[in-house]
Design a protein around this ligand. Structure first.
Ligand code: PAF
Length: 282
């Protein structure tokens, strides 16, 4: 396992692999890894000879009142985990390496970032697309794997890659859930025991409407009302948003005519969790 901290060393590593005709994959992460991340690494390994995992808690995607400084970090444990999952290299730049003095450039995707999480986190996606571009330029991969839990992020990155002619294949990987349904997230660590139990309502309500939809219910308002009522009945839950939207544009829909996505963000105490489910028409 090679651990690299500098951009030029990272580029040299990847250039060497490419010269050996190897297919290079990157799995961008913010560390504090869990089984969900490891599933991305394994998927990447199926598609590539060399898998680079980036570990960087990116300051520019956190709002001023968000959890950048307290975001959990454990590099030693992360390196062990990705090694066991089959990664070949960890790229862990410092904030100074990523954003040296004088830094002033950003990558922005327009419409897609204005829905869902973009409403309450207006600067978040610009931070994501900018850092992902920089991580791509440092790791020079043929392909990159992102989790579908951050569904909007995945669609925004797909759009960016298409719009800017970035020659990297983007692969989405299914959400990994705890046995009781809770979607895996580094932020689950913040939840108290009661909040964690309460948070099960998210997966349960999404699961219910997925079944309703599969049985022929196509009224999106009725489905989102069902989720809203189920989650509102949980006293520890404070809803940020619940939306049923078009898979591609992320615009709200009233009727499900083709596959759609139900996406939500809900606070339990100070912890904001997101989850989603693809809704398939009957
Ligand atoms: O999904 C994440 O962990 C982050 O948003 C990403 C893609 C690594 C960019 O910092």
């Amino acid at each position: 396992m090679q651990i690299i901290h500098s951009v030029t060393e990272m580029q040299r590593y990847s250039d060497a692999r490419r010269r050996q005709q190897q297919r290079v994959a990157v799995v961008p992460t913010m560390g504090y890894l869990h089984e969900g991340h490891l599933s991305l690494v394994r998927l990447a390994k199926e598609h590539a000879d060399t898998v680079i995992v980036t570990i960087f808690v990116n300051p520019t995607q956190f709002g001023p009142t968000e959890d950048y400084t307290t975001y959990p970090r454990d590099m030693e444990r992360d390196v062990k985990l990705v090694t066991s999952a089959g990664a070949d290299c960890v790229y862990a730049p410092t904030p100074e390496e990523m954003y040296p003095e004088g830094y002033q450039t950003a990558v922005r995707v327009d419409k897609l970032t204005q829905h869902l999480c973009g409403i309450t986190r207006p600067t978040h996606f610009e931070g994501v697309t900018t850092v992902v571009t920089k991580l791509f330029n440092a790791t020079k991969p043929h392909l990159a794997v992102f989790g579908e839990k951050d569904f909007q992020q995945l669609q925004v990155i797909r759009r960016m890659v298409r719009d800017l002619d970035v020659d990297i294949e983007i692969i989405g990987a299914p959400i990994v859930r705890e046995p009781d349904g809770l979607a895996m997230s580094s932020r689950n660590k913040y939840l108290s025991a009661q909040e964690r139990t309460a948070a099960l309502v998210l997966a349960r309500s999404l699961f219910e409407i997925r079944n309703m939809c599969a049985q022929g219910e196509s009224d999106a308002l009725k489905l989102s009302r069902h989720v809203w009522q189920t989650i509102s009945a949980e006293p520890l839950a404070k809803i940020d948003y619940i939306k049923i939207c078009d898979l591609e544009t992320l615009e709200d829909i009233t009727h499900i005519r083709r596959d759609a996505v139900a996406a939500l963000a809900v606070f339990f105490g100070k912890t904001r969790l997101i989850d989603n489910s693809i809704l398939k028409t009957a």
